[in-house]
Design a protein around this ligand. Sequence first.
Ligand code: BJW
Length: 245
Amino acid sequence: MQTQLATQVTPELRERFSTAKKVLVLTGAGVSAESGVPTFRGGGTSAVWKGMPFDVISSAQMVERDLPAVWEWFDYRRGVLNQVEPNPAHYVIASWQDRFPEFTLVTQNVDGLHRRAGSRNPIELHGSMWHARCIDCHARFEIPRIGLRPNDCMSCGDRLRPDVVLFGETLPPGAFELAFEVATQCDFCLVVGTSGLVYPAAGLPEIAKQAGAYLCEVNPERTPLSDLCDVLLTGKAGELLPRLN
Ligand code: BJW
């Protein structure tokens, strides 16, 4: 079947969405773009920190080599997040959790904006910038506000690192397994603002498709996932998602 291209919500899409029973929404950095959070692969200079590409500074090797630099990078990004608000896409996604019999939000984002918009239990596949984790005993600590980042582990005293999944690292235990399970059971899968390049998250839409779900992608650009989708809604999430209601 060919992917249908649309810039507006079509009657078929609205009908499919409104009659769905088990909805899975997978989001990526693009859902936060209209809040002013830079995407990773959106061009410009945003994905470079002090001359280092983000896949260098956001890497397991850098945690070993220069943990203070990694903290500096994440402290800077939490500072940016402090200045921004969730946008209409975050809010409408949060509203859907009470609309469908079964609804799951799976996000690759570590910015916490879905929670700030009211999403109760997002599966945060790549962790959260608002948590630190002990490099030794793996105890997790919330970073409630800027300036309140704990320095050392309160359980064992060892060093803390951002509780974020960096390149080459494994996802938090159980998170992908849960997302996988939901993908095999959903009847409608909405893929929003992701370049579809990073696995295993990028594999979820195909799992949903194989299980028979209707797939809709919302993105201003085509991605490697577009051909898999039933419909590609071309445009910005903050403008298009509220129109699905
Ligand atoms: C808009 C918009 C608007 C703009 N509205 N849309 C299978 C095949 C190949 C490789 C692998 C594989 N399995 C594993 C790998 C390796 C690797 C990987 O996938 N590499 C590929 C890049 C080649 N994966 C991993 O390493 C993962 N670990 C793992 O699998 O562990 C097991 C294992 C271990 C060891 C060896 C092998 C396996 C971990 C991945 C962790 C990713 N971490 C990051 C960084 C987080 C830290 C930080 O924040 O600094 O997570 S990478 C970065 O990419 C971040 C994102 O969550 C992730 C996805 O990016 P996303 O969200 O798609 O954003 P962008 O910027 O790419 O795209 C934005 C999109 O929005 C664009 O399409 C725009 O058009 C769109 N947009 N405005 C709607 N208004």
